[in-house]
Write a new protein. Structure first.
Length: 321
């Protein structure tokens, strides 16, 4: 299967991201064969001892792939849910050995479980870690449905603390160190902000959690399809000027270049009950799949937008032959 269009629908936030590729993305059996078409030669190459340069290149590729995959998972969780708080949690040497990563992470996991059972049974959270200059871990979190968790206005000499025009709070239920919290007004900005903490250093730590996600988080609904040139032009004409956000990146390599366009549009918010399209494991997202057979029209936003073309220029999306 190949696709040059991907749509990601975030029903809870009422947004859809439309992604177009100038060069179709091939998956599964559609991946190209060896350049010379000689399978025997290709197999013999795998029997040759890898050079140090190839080993280093493979390691870098694996690391980049792992980091990108984790960043995409975190971003998808962040973008697909409506959040109330951005929270930072640090630890105190009086409460925990701050330089013992395993102990600190266990304390965080236990605290999250306790808060869910005792004060906020419907809590939603997405937590990532960051290493401080002194080597200790601290955590950044998006939270919602916080129930009876106590957020108290932060003070300095009796005066309230403000940051970038926002009131700063302390999460008093966090007893393992210091905390700050601010209300979230922009989900997109919060999603970008928390995703940046997924670094190469974090993904190289084997057998360590890269992030913590509550089991009731929603995920984006992803669909893919293949458009002809007229259909692609219609998408760009419809959203280049009208999209809420647009972004263009160019991925280039040896004999390869792909221009990728991102269009964020607003859709009608739908009521999505908790537990619908959720992750059953704390670290593995589900519900992300492409169109595998048959014709589909996946551009919900394109059909809903009053300004979108509805003529024959908007072609039905089709799978690769």
């Amino acid at each position: 299967m190949a696709y040059n269009l991907k749509t990601i629908t975030y029903e809870a936030t009422g947004e859809q991201v439309i992604v177009t590729y100038s060069r179709a993305i091939k998956t599964g059996q559609d991946r190209p064969e060896p350049e010379d078409g000689n399978e025997e030669h290709s197999e013999l190459e795998h029997l040759e001892p890898p050079t140090p340069e190839k080993l280093l290149q493979k390691a870098r590729h694996s690391l980049n792939t792992s980091q990108n995959r984790t960043m995409q998972q975190v971003y998808d969780y962040a973008r697909a849910n409506v959040w109330e708080w951005f929270v930072t949690l640090t630890t105190s040497a009086k409460q925990v050995d701050r330089l013992d990563d395993e102990q600190v992470e266990q304390k965080l996991s236990k605290w999250l479980n306790n808060m869910r059972y005792k004060k906020a049974p419907d809590i939603k959270y997405l937590v990532v870690k960051e290493r401080h200059k002194d080597g200790a871990l601290h955590f950044h979190a998006l939270m919602a449905n916080t129930g009876q968790l106590m957020f108290r206005e932060a003070e300095n000499n009796g005066n309230g603390i403000w940051h970038n025009g926002q009131q700063v709070y302390n999460l008093t239920d966090w007893k393992l160190g210091f905390s700050t919290a601010t209300r979230i007004k922009d989900t997109l900005r919060a999603s970008n902000y928390i995703t940046k903490y997924i670094t190469k250093d974090m993904v190289t730590e084997k057998h360590r959690k890269r992030y913590w996600a509550s089991k009731n988080l929603l995920t984006g609904q992803v669909e893919t399809a293949l458009l002809d040139s007229v259909g692609m032009l219609a998408i760009h004409d419809a959203y280049t000027e009208t999209a809420k956000h647009t972004k263009k990146i160019v991925v280039a390599g040896h004999d390869y270049q792909n221009e990728i366009m991102y269009f964020t549009i607003e859709t009608d918010k739908e009521s999505v009950p908790d537990g619908n399209t959720t992750n059953q494991d704390h670290e593995e997202p589900v519900g992300v799949s492409g169109i595998e057979e048959g014709e589909r029209v996946v551009l919900r936003g394109l059909r809903n937008e009053a300004s979108a073309p509805r003529s024959a220029h908007v072609h039905r999306l089709r799978d690769a032959d």
